[in-house]
Design a protein around this ligand. Structure first.
Ligand code: PAF
Length: 282
């Protein structure tokens, strides 16, 4: 596995690979790799000739009161895990490289970035799309891999790629969960032991919603109310939002039909967790 720190070198490698007709699969990450990331790397390995993984904790997608400084980092461990999972090129640019002095261009996907997570994390998705646009230009992937865990991020990046004519395919892999149902996230490390037990209620509430929907319930207000009751019955929980939306437009649905996304952000103690489920409603 090659470790690349310079943007220019990464671009040169990608150009050379493309000239040889190689399919480049790309997994962008912020590091502190877990099984969710590794499943994306393994999938990329199956579908591409060369797998590029980036590690960059992107300051632009963190709000001033968020956890940029304390976000977990362990490059040594990440390097080993990425290599083992099948990464060919590990791209680790510095903050100075990605955002040199007087950096001023941004990519923003309007509307989709302002709803759900966007209402609570102003500027977050603008930071995500700006860095992902840059990474796409640097790595020039044919395939880019993202996890369904960040459902809104996936929808926004797909729209960005479509609207800005990126010549690549976005592949979305299912959320990887602990046996308890808790979705894997680098931020799970912040959870105390009792909080980790509580945190499984997010997925339990999604499963409850699924079963109620399968029994024919289509009133989103009633479903959300059931989910809220379940979550708030657990200690140390605060709900930022639970929403049922169209899976592509992310517009709220009063009556469920078509492909819907049930998504939520919930604080367990001081840790903010997100989770979601995509369902087809008959
Ligand atoms: O999902 C993430 O880890 C990040 O939002 C991403 C896509 C690597 C951009 O910084």
């Amino acid at each position: 596995m090659k470790i690349v720190k310079s943007i220019k070198e990464m671009q040169e490698i990608s150009i050379a690979l493309k000239r040889k007709g190689k399919i480049i699969g790309f997994v962008p990450t912020m590091g502190y790799l877990h099984e969710g990331h590794l499943s994306l790397i393994r999938l990329a390995k199956k579908k591409s000739d060369i797998v590029v993984v980036s590690i960059f904790v992107n300051p632009m997608q963190f709000g001033p009161k968020e956890d940029f400084k304390r976000y977990p980092r362990d490059l040594k461990r990440d390097t080993k895990l990425a290599r083992k999972a099948g990464c060919d090129v590990l791209f680790i640019p510095s903050q100075k490289q990605i955002y040199p002095d007087r950096f001023s261009a941004h990519v923003n996907v309007e509307k989709l970035s302002d709803t759900l997570e966007g209402k609570f994390r102003s500027g977050h998705f603008k930071g995500v799309t700006t860095v992902v646009a840059k990474l796409f230009n640097i790595v020039q992937p044919d395939l880019a891999f993202f996890g369904q865990k960040d459902a809104q991020q996936v929808v926004i990046i797909q729209k960005m790629a479509q609207d800005l004519n990126y010549n690549l395919k976005i592949i979305v892999a299912p959320t990887v969960r602990e046996p308890s149902g808790l979705a894997l996230s680098s931020r799970n490390i912040y959870l105390a032991e009792d909080e980790r037990k509580t945190a499984k209620v997010l997925f339990e509430s999604l499963q409850k919603a699924q079963s109620v929907i399968e029994q024919g319930e289509t009133n989103s207000f009633k479903i959300i109310h059931e989910m809220e009751k379940m979550i708030l019955s657990k200690p140390k929980t605060i709900i930022d939002y639970i929403a049922i939306t169209d899976s592509k437009t992310l517009e709220p649905l009063e009556k469920l039909s078509g492909e819907v996304l049930i998504s939520m952000a919930v604080f367990v103690g001081s840790t903010r967790l997100i989770d979601n489920l995509k369902l087809k409603v008959k």
